[in-house]
Design a protein around this ligand. Structure first.
Ligand SMILES: NC(=O)C1=CN([C@@H]2O[C@H](COP(=O)(O)OP(=O)(O)OC[C@H]3O[C@@H](n4cnc5c(N)ncnc54)[C@H](OP(=O)(O)O)[C@@H]3O)[C@@H](O)[C@H]2O)C=CC1
Ligand SMILES: Cc1cn([C@H]2C[C@H](O)[C@@H](COP(=O)(O)OP(=O)(O)O[C@H]3O[C@@H](C)C(=O)[C@@H](O)[C@H]3O)O2)c(=O)[nH]c1=O
Length: 289
């Protein structure tokens, strides 16, 4: 199967490159090779490579910066997806696209299913939702996977930010009134491959780690395990704060817990706690090299 991966330098892109099966013929593109905001380059590359499937892992993911740069966020997260959809349709290629829990407002106390109406609170979430809608309109047979709170050994993510901020004498202030489901990007990559290999029915699916936590609880687990594994030499003290106290430009949903039941009925969704421990050991061995 010929597969084109967009955004291959991002954390999900890198996990996909690590896990794809040997019978896939992959064209991996980063922004320099294929800027998805350029419809001409998108059309030319898709016509040249003629993929059976396009996995779109490219996105504008800077949630706060998007508030001051909505045109850029829309260009990538909405118009870029449209460009891929139009070119894919003309070439008979399928698309698997990744979206986010931030399409929800977080006001619900029960997990969000694929049928729950979206209502994004910030520019990032709005541009991602518009990308989903554009794709469904142009290529209704696409696969859209919404995920949340991605972490991995690669790129920028909450786990790596926490480890980078550790080691100071003062407690780290962490938001304790926002809840979601951490998801290991390597597990998501494996799930994406499984879905394509098994020709899952097109449509919208939620994929996330199983246990919801606050950012504070997530940080607590990361630091406990990092200390236990010897990645950190001293325990890290934390101070719980509210989203309001943290005061960031973009509003975040209070409880963007996704229900992954639709996919969990088809596949095993591994526990994210084990993945945190695995990433800690990976980072430790990289430090020792
Ligand atoms: N990170 C998270 O917590 C979550 C992410 N998601 C979604 O999952 C997907 C993967 O996220 P993740 O791997 O974390 O994201 P990253 O930010 O790690 O990677 C995104 C990649 O997209 C690239 N990119 C940005 N603009 C363009 C463009 N115009 N053309 C081509 N490539 C571009 C970036 O390149 P460059 O660095 O050069 O800009 C980057 O390599 C995204 O759709 C994201 O919205 C969903 C929920 C949670
Ligand atoms: C650096 C830092 C962050 N935080 C909190 C604030 C914030 O609500 C939370 C996470 O911050 P981040 O900037 O890592 O994450 P954020 O941009 O909110 O993360 C989101 O990214 C996009 C792409 C998604 O699609 C979402 O699923 C989600 O993962 O961590 C602290 O509490 N203390 C700190 O010192």
């Amino acid at each position: 199967m010929k597969v084109l991966i967009c955004g291959a330098d991002g954390q999900l892109g890198r996990c996909l490159l690590q896990h794809y099966p040997s019978h896939w013929q992959v064209t991996a593109t980063n922004r320099a090779v294929l800027d998805i905001t350029d419809p001409y380059r998108v059309k030319a590359l898709i016509e040249k490579t003629h993929p059976h499937f396009i996995i779109n892992a490219a996105a504008y993911t800077a949630v706060d910066l998007a508030e001051d740069d909505p045109e850029h966020a829309k260009a990538v997260n909405t118009d870029g997806v449209k460009n891929l959809a139009i070119a894919a349709k003309n070439c008979g290629a399928g698309i698997l696209h990744i979206s986010t829990d931030y399409v929800f407002d977080g006001d619900s106390s029960s997990p969000y299913t694929e049928d729950t109406p979206a209502n994004p609170l910030n520019i990032y979430g709005k541009t991602k939702l518009d990308g989903e809608l554009a794709l469904s309109e142009i290529l209704p047979d696409s696969l859209i996977i919404r995920t949340s709170w991605l972490f991995s050994e690669y790129g920028n993510n909450f786990m790596k930010t926490m480890l980078a901020l550790s080691g100071k004498n003062t407690p780290l202030k962490i938001v304790s009134d926002q809840y979601g489901c951490p998801t290991y990007a390597g597990d998501l990559a494996t799930a994406i491959i499984y879905l394509l290999e098994n020709h899952v029915k097109p449509g919208l699916y939620h994929y996330c780690g199983n246990t919801p936590v606050s950012w504070y609880q997530f940080a607590e687990f990361i630091f406990e395990q990092s200390y236990k594994a010897g990645l950190l030499h001293l325990p890290q003290t934390l101070q719980a704060i509210t989203r309001h106290e943290f005061g960031r430009p973009a509003k975040r949903p209070a409880r963007s817990v996704l229900s992954n039941k639709k996919l969990a009925d088809m596949m095993h969704i591994p526990d994210w706690h084990n993945a945190v421990i695995k990433v800690i050991h990976q980072l430790k061995s990289e430090r020792q090299e």
